[in-house]
Structure formats: structure tokens, C-alpha cells
Ligand binder design. Structure first.
Ligand code: ARG
Length: 460
């Protein structure tokens, strides 16, 4: 018990199972770098207010460097009494530079402001250095495909029923639009969480007047959290990251679902590369889109992490309570899942093949019924009326079992409405239908190319 950092007031031993139950080192060791960085700057802050000498600070910083090397090379030896990354690092620092000096490091600091600081640094760095760049790359891959395959048409769907012809690139651009919003949203979240709790102490504030602005600045924060109680108890940034991840994975899931459908033999629009497919142990012919199914499936896991942590958080009285240690496992898993999902989705998109003949072969003339109605609108007929007239043409084509509305004769058209003339047959052209949609955001080539350029510029 005397080895425990908080062991002074204790006479009894911790139950061994309780020690394991309480320990977070098995997962929070991931934050070792942030923890050492926090201590480095915190001790510099202590030196500034005369609580450490320059020599002591020098010793401490040397020790911290050694510990960082130990962690990064995998040589750090965990001690059975280590409770979490904070106690492990402090214990090790004492072994290296002696407890006479290391014992001063925690003056005015609590693990409560320490852990909140570590978490924010860890999240900020991971999001900025790993997740955001990976996401940008993913979007770039989508935009590249969209540019290269701009001439391919396919059916656009509502209710999973063929609706109107669109460009394949327009479909890609839809997801690039979602993901670009996700990108910007994540930048905002990263910026918002980048505030310093350090110097808040356990809850009430710092008794030696530490310069919190100095600590914040030197740790790369945008500023300090203005209330010490909020500084140690706020885990909104954890919730925001998991909410962001949930929304992002929701987009990934819909994207995957589309591609799963498009890759079926019944559609045959896309062929997934072998690199992202797997086979069946029994059926030799099978090639399954496991990558996409996992992307779809893992979204559920991330939603669970968000709702699970919200439930842990909702009844915690102010300020720090140990329940809050439950933020780490779901958050870390969520970040790993998101990062891996981005990499897999990038691989899928950059390697899949499209089958242009299947996409364009799935276009049917009834998908131009709206264009037929528009044809009469251009002749001055109110749309409500033209909608009805075009519907009658579709019904007649169905009834007479011709292969499509374009197979009706001019006489048949004119019998339905005498404002039809021989130029009506010009309507039945998929390319022209698509090319009429030039207004911003539409599926005409010029409009899609503008979307792609705009998305690209939003990435930086
Ligand atoms: N491992 C703890 C956590 O992750 C660190 C904070 C401990 N604070 C405390 N008062 N016991 O939340």
C-alpha cells in the first residue's frame, strides 16, 4: 500500500481483483506521449513560479525523455502496482531521477486535470495527424474516380426503384459531399476540444497561482477552460468524437450498402477487387463483398459506443468520478474503427471496377417519363397536366406491351394529347436527359464537374 501514490491514509490492502478492475493502464498507456508532454510543460510552469529549481527541471525533463524512449521502443516495464499511465510514468520517473525530485512534479496537479489534459492532447493529435488526412485521401480517391468516369450513366434510384438517369460520377459526388461535410465537422470538433484543463487541480483550482495560459500555449491548446470544475469533469469532447464517428460511419454504411447492391449479379454495376473480397468455404463460385459488409456492420459497433458512454455519463454527479474512466475504451475503439474503416473504404473505391454496359443497360425508357412531361411543359402546358399525360403514355406502353414509351407511334401520342408532334421522339435519349440538368448541383456533366472542383477546394 505504501507504493501506491495515494497510499498514505490507507491501512488495508487493495483487493487484487479490485486493483485489476480499477486499473486503466492496459488501455490508457496509449496516451503515454501526451502524458509526458503534459508533465514536461507542467513542470516548466512550476519552475516559473519558483516551485522547482532550474536544475530540478532539467533532471525531470531528462527523465521524461528516457521514459518516452522506453515506451516507444517497447522497453517500458510495467509494475504490478501501476494503476494508470499517470502513476506508471511518475513511478518510473522516481526510479530514474530519484523520488526527492520526482516527488515535486505533481505539486498542485491532480490526475483529474492531468487525465483530461492527456485525453485532449491525444485526441487532437490523432485526429489532426491521422484521421483527417486519411479522410481527405479517401475523398480525393472518390473525386478522382468521378473525374475519370464522368461519361458513364446509370439509373438513379428513389425507393430503390429506377427513377431518373444520372451520371455515375454524380452518385460518387453525393458521397464526396457527405464525406466533405464530415471532414469539416471533424475539423470543428478538433478545434473545439483543443482547450486546456491543466492547472485546474483536482477540482477547485491551483493554490500556487500557476500560469494556466502559459501551460495551454506550450501544449498547443487554443486557450484554457474557464472553470476548474468544468475543466476536470467535461467529457463532451469524447461524446462529440463518438457522435461524429457515428454519423460518419452512418454515411460509410449507406455507401457500402449501395455498393453491395450494385455488386450483386442482378445489378452487376460494379466488381469489387479480389483484394477486398473473400470466398465461401463451401460454395466455390462465391465472391463476397466482405469489406463492404464489415464497413456496414462496424457502424453499429460505433453507435453502441456512443450510446453506451452517454449512459455512463448521464448520472455522474459533479465533478470527477471514476465512472469517467469508462470514456477510454469506447473512445479508443471508436477511433481505431473509424481509422481502419477509412483505409478499407479508400482501398475499395480505388480498386473496384465499374461495368459501364451494365449500368447503362439498366436504363429504361420509362425513366424518361419526367422528360416527356417536361417536353410538353416547354410547349406551354402546365406541369400538373403534363405529368398526367405522360403517365397515360406509360400506361399505354405497358398495356400494349411495347418495349418502352419510345415505341409508341406518333398517332398514339397524339391520340393521348394533340400537342405532341414528331419532335417528341427526341425526348428518348438518356444522355440528353442528363445534360438538361445543368442547374447547380445537377447531373449534367458541367454541373458535376463544378461539384467536384468545389469539393476539392473545400479540402483545403
Ligand atoms: N485513470 C483515471 C481515469 O482515467 C485517471 C484519473 C484518476 N483520478 C482519480 N481521482 N482517481 O479517469
Amino acid at each position: 500500500k505504501k507504493q501506491k501514490l495515494w497510499g498514505g491514509r490507507f491501512t488495508g490492502e487493495t483487493d487484487p481483483l479490485m486493483h485489476l478492475y480499477n486499473a486503466s493502464l492496459p488501455y490508457d498507456y496509449k496516451m503515454y506521449k501526451a502524458d509526458l508532454q503534459g508533465t514536461k510543460v507542467y513542470t516548466a510552469g512550476l519552475q516559473k513560479i519558483g516551485l522547482l529549481t532550474e536544475e530540478e527541471l532539467d533532471q525531470i525533463h531528462k527523465g521524461l525523455k528516457i521514459i518516452e524512449k522506453e515506451w516507444s521502443s517497447g522497453e517500458f516495464k510495467r509494475h504490478p502496482t501501476d494503476e494508470d499511465i499517470h502513476t506508471a510514468n511518475e513511478r518510473r520517473l522516481g526510479e530514474i531521477i530519484g523520488r526527492g525530485i520526482s516527488g515535486k512534479v505533481h505539486t498542485g496537479r491532480s490526475r483529474n486535470d492531468q487525465v483530461a489534459t492527456d485525453m485532449r492532447i491525444y485526441c487532437r493529435d490523432l485526429l489532426t495527424e491521422t484521421v483527417l488526412p486519411a479522410l481527405a485521401k479517401f475523398i480525393e480517391v472518390i473525386l478522382l474516380r468521378a473525374k475519370e468516369e464522368i461519361d458513364v450513366l446509370m439509373p438513379g434510384y428513389t425507393h430503390l426503384q429506377r427513377a431518373q438517369p444520372i451520371r455515375w460520377s454524380h452518385w460518387l459526388s453525393m458521397y464526396a459531399t457527405y464525406f466533405t461535410e464530415d471532414y469539416k465537422r471533424l475539423q470543428q470538433i478538433t478545434d473545439r476540444l483543443n482547450m486546456s484543463p491543466l492547472g485546474a487541480g483536482a477540482l477547485a483550482g491551483h493554490p500556487y497561482g500557476i500560469d494556466r495560459e502559459y501551460l495551454a500555449k506550450n501544449l498547443g491548446f487554443n486557450g484554457v477552460i474557464g472553470n476548474s470544475l468544468a475543466a476536470v469533469s467535461d467529457r463532451d469532447f469524447v461524446v462529440e468524437i463518438m457522435f461524429w464517428s457515428s454519423l460518419f460511419m452512418n454515411h460509410v454504411s449507406r455507401f457500402s450498402e449501395d455498393l453491395i447492391i450494385y455488386s450483386t449479379a442482378e445489378f452487376g454495376f460494379v466488381k469489387l477487387s479480389d483484394a477486398y473480397s473473400t470466398g465461401s468455404s463451401l460454395m466455390p463460385q462465391k465472391k463476397n463483398p466482405d469489406s463492404l459488409e464489415l464497413l456496414r456492420g462496424k457502424s453499429g459497433r460505433v453507435f453502441g459506443e456512443l450510446s453506451g458512454f452517454l449512459m455512463s455519463l448521464k448520472s455522474i454527479p459533479s465533478t470527477y468520478n471514476k465512472d469517467m474512466q469508462e470514456d477510454k475504451e469506447p473512445l479508443f475503439d471508436c477511433l481505431t474503427t473509424v481509422e481502419h474503416s477509412i483505409l478499407i473504404a479508400t482501398g475499395v473505391v480505388s480498386t473496384l471496377n465499374i461495368v459501364k454496359e451494365k449500368m447503362e443497360g439498366a436504363l429504361t425508357m420509362d425513366m424518361l417519363a419526367t422528360d416527356l412531361a417536361d417536353y410538353l411543359v416547354r410547349k406551354g402546358v402546365p406541369f400538373r397536366e403534363t405529368h398526367h399525360i405522360s403517365g397515360e403514355c406509360v400506361a399505354l406502353a405497358e398495356k400494349t406491351q411495347v418495349t418502352g414509351i419510345d415505341q409508341l407511334t406518333l398517332e398514339q401520342f397524339q391520340k393521348i394529347d394533340d400537342r405532341f408532334s414528331s419532335d417528341v421522339f427526341k425526348v428518348f435519349n438518356f444522355e440528353q436527359s442528363v445534360e438538361r440538368r445543368t442547374a447547380t448541383g445537377g447531373t449534367a456533366k458541367s454541373a458535376v464537374l463544378k461539384q467536384l472542383a468545389s469539393l476539392e477546394s473545400q479540402l483545403n
